[in-house]
Design a protein around this ligand. Structure first.
Ligand code: TXA
Ligand code: MG
Length: 316
């Protein structure tokens, strides 16, 4: 069973041995291993039960260190990196050979980011290798935003969980790549498109697809609770049943007759809603209800990423 604690030295010792450690980030918890050690990377796929065609994000604590394993940053990539790192932004950049093919599922580009969490930055600063880390959940299930979430599902498979409290942002990083010079969003996430466009101008949004080999994390059915999960209109949500768990965006549809409910943000604040999304989904999944019904968020800012996760949870 995993030890849970905030001992960066112990986490480091396990990683030096090639073992895996769950790490806190501002987005979600990661399942981390030495990105330059193919055996460690392989065990990430095994522990997560993840198909090997779904590539991993590599985490580091400085742009200089990232320069050791990517061939370079374009001007726009560097602008984004300097503006938003550490933070919920992942960049797709051309990789050097030191990054094992297993990390990128054979692609020429590697996904990289500098996470914004004091414990994990401290850990990374004491390692001479970057950390490959997917979200620390079994493949297809809801991403973890606390050490307890990781413990519940991967506790028996890893030696250590570095506990950094609740993830502040609460949804995964926004993934940005480039086609020629145009920034392309491959995954909506914790950094809003509007903020990205302020720095690099108009971006292109990659349409979702179930069979897109470029970014398998875009698989349609993903982030899903175990219970049947449905997106409902506001009219439909007026139907009251004790067999239903309700995930409400804000307080406006709340009534005392709804016995099993979670509200993402009473006031409809998008950041607060994103922060609560995965924890609330997990809680509803554990309640004595037959189905979960959810309401969409408004389609702007982090609402786009929230709706993306809701749609994919509903796609089975
Ligand atoms: O916020 C996050 O990004 C979290 C924390 C732990 O950093 N990590 C995360 O990793 O969400 P994961 O493995 O759950 O999602 C990684 C996704 C892949 O499914 C894929 O869509 C994309 O990142 N990706 C990774 N490497 C890629 C590559 N070389 N080319 C295209 N897409 C890539
Ligand atoms: Mg994931």
């Amino acid at each position: 069973m995993a030890i849970v604690g905030n001992d960066v030295q112990l986490a480091r010792a396990f990683l030096l041995e090639g073992k895996l450690v769950a790490i806190p980030t501002e987005t979600v918890y990661g399942l981390a291993g030495n990105a330059l050690n193919p055996a460690s990377v392989l065990s990430i796929f095994e522990v997560k039960n993840r198909p090997s065609f779904d590539p991993l994000i590599v985490h580091s604590d400085s742009i200089e260190k990232i320069g050791e394993f990517v061939t370079g940053f374009s001007a726009k990539a560097l602008d984004l990196a300097k503006t938003f790192w550490p933070g919920p932004l992942t960049l797709l950049l051309p990789k050097k050979n030191v990054i094992p093919d297993l990390v990128t599922s054979g692609l020429d580009q590697v996904a990289v980011r500098i996470p914004d969490h004091v414990l994990t930055l401290n850990l990374l600063s004491q390692l001479d290798f970057p950390l490959a880390a997917p979200s620390a959940n079994p493949f297809g299930y809801i991403s973890p935003t606390s050490a307890a979430h990781v413990m519940a599902q991967l506790g028996e498979k890893i030696p250590y969980i570095l506990d950094g409290g609740e993830s502040g942002v609460g949804i995964e990083s926004t993934i940005v790549g480039f086609e020629n010079e145009t920034p392309v969003i491959y995954r909506l996430g914790g950094l809003a498109i509007e903020d990205i466009e302020k720095v690099v101008g108009k971006v292109r949004l990659m349409p979702h697809s179930t069979s897109n080999p470029q970014a398998p994390g875009m698989l349609k059915s993903h982030y899903a609770p175990r219970k049947p999960f449905f997106l409902k209109s506001r009219e439909e949500l007026l139907h009251i049943s004790d067999n239903i768990g309700y995930l409400l965006f804000d307080g406006s549809l709340d009534r005392k007759e709804l016995h099993h409910k979670r509200i993402l943000s009473q006031t409809g604040d998008l950041k607060e809603a994103a922060h609560h999304l995965f924890a609330h989904l997990r809680e509803l999944d554990l309640l004595a209800v037959d189905e979960i019904w959810a309401e969409r968020a408004p389609d702007h800012g982090l609402g786009l990423a929230i709706n993306d996760r809701l749609h994919r949870a509903a796609a089975l």
